[in-house]
Design a protein. Structure first.
Length: 241
């Protein structure tokens, strides 16, 4: 493992693990979806990831300090959630460190959640796989991408899984460049169907409606203040990831 990246974590509860990855990106879909999965299914906090490449930021969960890159687990499932975006030049090293560490416990399969910006107002879920068998497992549940590119940690992880022969799927929620829990809901519905989970997506949908109402009020404030040349008062929006 790269000396500049430290994974300080308990071991997963079992081997042959399924690993979920959620990193900030378009619409924060990956961070929102995987963190909601962790919270809803009561995953245990296992540890965190630190390194020279990351900003000096500490998160707080119920008053307790936690890493902005966290590892959670329950039974044979593990989830990695990040609060901070990873610079492109660091994606390769972090991907290698994560997959090297998890490979100690025999990775059964990997699911990467991310967002995809389109000009459509829909909330479709696009799917990719590391091999024919992986994409066949979700073909009836998603819109299969025939061609294109995936950047950032999502693309880096999926590419390395293919190189290592690790079965992996990418679930890309259709989104816009604002926090988009509705897109995360669409992705989690696919996760429920794929892994026979029971994630209560209705709760996240309610949060989506609250965010939309707050954003509408902000837009109205901006519109009303433009003529007065005053800075609008911005309401507090929930943070995700």
């Amino acid at each position: 493992m790269d000396d500049d990246i430290r994974i300080i974590s308990e071991a997963p509860a079992s081997e042959d693990i399924t690993v979920f990855f959620g990193f900030p990106g378009s619409g924060l879909v990956g961070s929102i979806a995987v963190q909601f999965l962790v919270d809803s299914l009561k995953y245990k906090y296992l540890g965190g990831i630190t390194g020279r490449m990351f900003p000096p930021v500490a998160m707080m969960v119920d008053g307790v300090i936690a890493s902005p890159l966290r590892i959670y687990g329950k039974d044979n499932c593990v989830a990695v959630v990040s609060e901070i975006p990873i610079p492109p030049e660091d994606c390769y090293d972090l991907t290698q460190a994560l997959l090297d560490w998890f490979s100690q416990y025999k990775i059964k399969d990997v699911t990467v959640v991310a967002g995809m910006v389109t000009n459509s107002g829909e909330k479709r879920v696009f799917g990719v796989g590391s091999d024919d068998k992986s994409i066949a497992a979700i073909r009836d549940l998603v819109n299969v991408l025939p061609m294109g590119s995936i950047s950032g940690m999502a693309g880096s992880i999926l590419l390395e899984c293919r190189a290592r022969g690790i079965p992996a799927i990418g679930l890309l929620g259709e989104t816009v460049n604002i926090p988009d829990p509705r897109s995360a809901v669409s992705v989690l519905e696919i996760v429920n169907g794929t892994y026979d989970f029971d994630i209560p997506v209705d709760r996240l949908l309610a949060e989506a409606e609250n965010i939309e109402e707050s954003m509408q009020r902000i837009a109205e404030q901006v519109s009303g203040k433009e003529e007065e040349n005053e800075a609008p008062k911005i309401e507090h929006l929930p943070m995700y990831g």
